[in-house]
Design a protein around this ligand. Structure first.
Ligand code: IDP
Ligand code: MG
Length: 194
C-alpha cells in the first residue's frame, strides 16, 4: 500500500499540474507549478468578484456555486442579490461594448437578478478562473462550473474576474467598502500557512 502511494502519487501530482496549465495557457507556467507561499507574498490576501448570472439564479444553482468556493477554502466577504442596470453592466463589461454580441449580452444579464459575491484567499483570482472554466462551456472541462452546468457561451452561468486589476475594478463597481466584511476564519491556519 505504502509502495503504491510512493509510486503513484508523484504521477497524479504531475498529471494535475499539466492539466491545470492547459486550462489557462495565458497564465505563466511558473505560477502553477506547485509551490508553498506565505501571506507575505503577493496573492495571499487577494479578492475577486464572482457573480451567478441570471440563468444560474433561475436554475437554482446559487447554492452549488457558493459551495464550491467554500469547499476550496476561500472566504466569503461580500454577497448581494440585485437586478443589474444597463448602466452598471456597461461599466462592468466596458471592454465588450463594441462586440457584436453585446446587445444580446445586455438582454441576458438584465433578464433577471444576479447574485454577486466577493471571495478572498490565496491566489483566489487565478484559482477561481480555473474553477469556473473557459468562457465557452463547450471547451470547459468537467469539474469546472461552466463545464458542469452550461452548454453555450451565451448562457455560461457565472462570472469571475480575469485579473487582479480587473477584480479590484469590479469589486469597487459592485460593492461599497462598507459592504465588505472583515472577519477571521477559525480554520485559516488549516488551509494556508500564516
Ligand atoms: P469571461 O466571462 O470568461 O471573462 P469575456 O470574454 O470577458 O469572458 O466575456 C464576457 C461574457 O460575454 C461571457 O462570459 C459571455 O457571457 C459573453 N460572451 C463572450 N463571448 C460571447 C459570444 O461570442 N457570444 C455570446 N456571448 C458571449
Ligand atoms: Mg471577462
Amino acid at each position: 500500500m505504502l509502495l503504491q502511494r510512493v509510486l503513484f502519487l508523484p504521477l497524479v501530482t504531475q498529471w494535475n499540474r499539466h492539466a491545470t496549465q492547459n486550462l489557462i495557457p495565458r497564465f505563466p507556467a511558473v505560477r502553477l507549478t506547485g509551490f508553498r507561499s506565505n501571506s507575505s507574498l503577493p496573492g495571499a490576501k487577494e479578492q475577486t468578484l464572482i457573480a451567478v448570472k441570471p440563468d444560474g439564479v433561475q436554475r437554482r444553482l446559487v447554492g452549488q456555486i457558493i459551495r464550491r468556493f467554500e469547499q476550496k477554502g476561500f472566504k466569503l466577504v461580500g454577497l448581494k442579490m440585485l437586478q443589474v442596470s444597463e448602466e452598471l453592466l456597461s461599466q462592468h463589461y466596458c471592454q465588450l461594448t463594441r462586440k457584436p454580441f453585446y446587445p444580446s449580452l445586455v438582454k441576458y444579464m438584465t433578464s433577471g437578478p444576479v447574485v454577486v459575491m466577493v471571495w478572498e484567499g490565496q491566489d483566489v483570482v487565478q484559482s477561481s478562473r480555473l474553477m469556473v472554466g473557459p468562457t465557452n462551456p463547450a471547451a470547459a472541462p468537467a469539474g469546472t462550473v461552466r463545464g458542469d452546468f452550461s452548454l453555450h457561451v451565451s448562457r455560461n452561468v457565472v462570472h469571475a474576474s480575469d485579473s487582479l486589476e480587473g477584480a479590484q475594478r469590479e469589486i469597487q463597481l459592485w460593492f461599497q467598502g462598507k459592504d465588505l466584511v472583515k472577519w477571521d476564519c477559525w480554520d485559516q491556519t488549516l488551509t494556508c500557512e500564516e
